[in-house]
Design a protein around this ligand. Structure first.
Ligand code: ADP
Ligand code: ADP
Length: 231
């Protein structure tokens, strides 16, 4: 994994009176799994999008592994950071296999290696590769689309994972399995994971530490689940 440092990070969207994210300072350790919880609209998605450079901060700085993200080459950033979102973000005109293989292909993996990896990732999220690799996103249920989104985020084996309510539409049994897989990936492969959820039980199950956010991403608490539960 790699450390993630947020320094005085702020974002005010065009035309908004108040910042969505206001002066956030935070350090997430290498190999740590940190969960963000907080009310809808408190800026959780905005934070993740800034870390992944999908949107630019209004001010402040983000470092991944000590490196300023604005200095990281975009392709290198795709290799470093896997990103999974609630809406799955799959490209509708591409098959499941091509969606999952996108980043590995982009960073120059061989055809065979990409094909094997796509199968491995589909197995990991509990979808039969033979049945699913050639399908289009519209031919999947919402939960299956999310699982493909997770497979895509993991495909290039990035040291950092950003996950924005990635299991929201997934059925409870599969969700439980995916939560366990995520914990395993962190323990065995030492990935740094930032995980956003509404679900406090999920936060307690997954998090080494939990960040409780208020409006404008003001940090109310940043502590272990045990400490938060006893406060
Ligand atoms: P969360 O993920 O915690 O629900 P968001 O990061 O999506 O919160 O949103 C934080 C705030 O920024 C909200 O008030 C939301 O309405 C606003 N916001 C999000 N995206 C945009 C945008 N593209 N333009 C303007 N305002 C936005
Ligand atoms: P755009 O912002 O124009 O959609 P991007 O290349 O930033 O283009 O993202 C395209 C898609 O790739 C998005 O749907 C997003 O969900 C996904 N994506 C973004 N970052 C990553 C990443 N680091 N790893 C895997 N998929 C990503």
């Amino acid at each position: 994994g790699a450390t993630i440092q947020l320094e005085n990070l702020s974002k005010r969207y065009h035309g908004s009176a108040l910042p969505a994210v206001d002066s956030v300072n935070m350090e997430i350790g290498a190999g740590e799994l940190v969960v963000f919880v907080g009310p809808s609209g408190c800026g959780k998605s905005t934070l993740l999008k800034m870390i992944n450079r999908l949107i630019e901060p209004t001010s402040g700085r983000i470092r991944i592994g000590g490196e300023d993200v604005t200095r990281i080459d975009p392709v290198k950033l795709r290799r470093k950071v896997g990103y999974a979102i609630q809406a799955s973000g799959l490209f509708p005109h591409m098959t499941v296999g091509d969606n999952i293989g996108l980043v590995p292909k982009m960073i120059g993996w061989s055809k065979t290696k990409v094909k094997d990896r796509v199968e491995e990732m589909l197995d990991l999220v509990g979808l039969d590769p033979k049945e699913f690799h050639g399908r289009y996103p519209r031919q999947l249920s919402g939960g299956q689309q999310q699982r493909v989104g997770v497979a895509r985020a993991l495909a290039a084996d990035p040291p950092v994972l950003l996950m924005d309510e990635p299991f929201g539409a997934v059925d409870p049994i599969t969700r439980d399995h995916l939560q366990d897989e995520l914990i395993r990936l962190q323990r065995e492969l030492h990935k740094t994971i930032v995980f956003v959820t509404h679900d406090f039980d999920e936060a307690v199950k997954l998090g080494d530490r939990i960040v409780v956010l208020r409006e404008q991403s003001h940090i109310a608490q940043f502590d272990t689940p045990e400490a938060i539960l006893t406060n």
